[in-house]
Write a protein that binds this ligand. Structure first.
Ligand code: NAD
Length: 419
């Protein structure tokens, strides 16, 4: 997992080649500001006690309070949390949100827990990190295997600790507890607005618009639904249990209904689609590939077989640096995570603003504000990509690094003080 962080830092070094950045800025962005590691003790339904490793990292807060999700996953580690927090730092800067980057995780397999055990674990997390999080300090949100119900418990726990309603401490809450309209599909919708805005630049308008999606959770299902409604053809989808393919096109709602009932997209196959391995699905002849599961899914071993024209990274870090070079060599454009999946944190920002104002916006307003930000920042990144002849990922990092660098320099660097 150290490789994950060094891979992430290599993107920073790459971006720094294109702009004039003070060495102090790069030094500051190389290490997390603060990481807390704890063990959470949770009482199980059978009366026993279990303890789970948990972390929260505030990577950099130069541009504002840190912001980032909480992941519940058996493979989580402190390094993964730091890497995800690093990505959040750059993501918030790309989108010009007044936030730094943070992240949290618990090493746990949620499938092993009952609903009440999950609630106790979620509340224990807030109890342990109550001094670190806060509406003006560090604002968590959902991530893999955490959802609005869990955010609701966490906001409630925090409010009882500080003895006042404090909805702005966490985003991605249920609507009834101060959540925002439009948060449920925001990550996919942001990616969808980006694709639509750049459709002609990417040459997607002249293709058969065949889409393959890896991961069929929140991000994967909603991008399938939005693209399908727009005339794209979803020819392959997968989840942790396997992949299904149908060249004539899958109906995303029908697949989702089966997954909700039977636990996996593979149950949909049943004569309507064929089952393949995840790597076979990734290698399908398609126009748009959407990794929407976990990091490191497209690597040296399978990147060479990918035939998509465009990759839309809804997952965080799904393409390794080595795979990036292979995709680039094959003329595949990658729309990078820190831009492509930033719709989620953008609507989380809207939720935080609404909580602080105590005034709630209607859905159309949220969609329009999201669309404007995705198009504005997407266009800026595209312009850097063409002007500097860099991959879109480097262009996004350059864009973010300029903003971070300006903010860090405004606090004072050696050259600043040397006059
Ligand atoms: P989720 O838990 O709702 O869904 C994850 C999906 O991936 C599930 O269908 C799971 O079965 C599948 N999966 C897991 N391992 C897989 C594998 N090896 N192969 C294929 N499928 C696999 O999570 P989500 O919220 O949709 O998040 C997915 C990704 O998007 C993560 O990388 C997350 O960090 C990123 N992301 C999510 C949001 C958000 O708002 N939900 C925002 C930004 C980024």
């Amino acid at each position: 997992m150290d490789d994950l962080l060094s891979g992430a830092l290599s993107r920073l070094d790459e971006a720094a080649r294109y702009i004039d950045v003070d060495q102090e800025v790069l030094e500051k962005l190389r290490y997390p500001k603060e990481t807390l590691s704890v063990r959470l003790s949770v009482r199980m339904d059978d009366g026993s006690s279990r303890s789970f490793p948990a972390w929260r990292c505030r990577y950099d807060d130069t541009r504002g309070p840190t912001k980032g999700g909480i992941r519940f996953h058996p493979n989580s580690s402190m390094e993964e949390v730091a890497t995800l927090a690093f990505w959040m730092t750059f993501k918030c800067a790309v989108m010009n949100l007044p936030y730094g980057g943070g992240k949290g995780a618990v090493k746990v397999d949620v499938h092993d827990l009952s609903k009440s055990e999950l609630e106790r674990l979620s509340r224990a997390y807030v109890h342990a990190f109550a001094g670190m999080i806060g509406p003006d300090r560090d604002i968590p949100a959902p991530d893999v295997y955490t959802n609005s119900m869990i955010m609701g418990w966490m906001a409630d726990e925090y409010s009882s600790i500080v003895r006042q309603p404090s909805p702005a401490v966490i985003t991605g809450k249920p609507l009834a507890l101060g959540g925002s309209l439009g948060r449920d599909d925001a990550t996919a919708r942001g990616g969808y607005y980006l694709i639509k805005h750049l459709e002609t630049d990417l040459g997607l308008d002249k293709t058969q618009k065949r889409v393959v999606i890896q991961g069929y959770g929140n991000a994967g299902f909603h991008i399938a639904r939005l693209l399908h409604a727009d005339g794209y053809r979803i020819i392959g989808v997968s989840d942790s249990r396997g992949a299904i393919v149908c060249e004539d096109g899958l109906d995303p709602h029908a697949v989702q209904a089966v997954k909700a009932q039977k636990g996996s997209v593979t149950a949909y196959a049943n004569g309507r689609a064929r089952m393949v391995s995840d790597n076979e699905m990734l290698a399908l002849d398609c126009d748009l590939l959407v990794p929407a599961a976990l990091e490191d899914q497209i690597h040296e071993g399978n990147a060479g077989s990918i035939k998509a024209k465009v990759v839309l990274e809804l997952a965080n870090g799904p393409v390794t640096p080595k795979a990036d070079l292979l995709l680039q060599g094959n003329g595949i454009t990658v729309l990078p995570d820190i831009l492509a999946n930033a719709g989620g944190v953008t609507v989380s920002y809207f939720e935080w603003v609404q909580n602080r104002q105590g005034y709630y916006w209607h859905l159309e307003e949220i969609h329009e504000r999201l669309r404007t930000i995705m198009e504005t920042e997407g266009r800026r990144v595209w312009d850097i990509h063409t002007a500097k002849a860099t991959p879109m990922r480097t262009a996004a990092y350059v864009h973010a690094l300029e903003r971070l660098s300006n903010a860090i320099a405004a606090h004072g660097t050696q050259s600043f003080f040397a006059g």
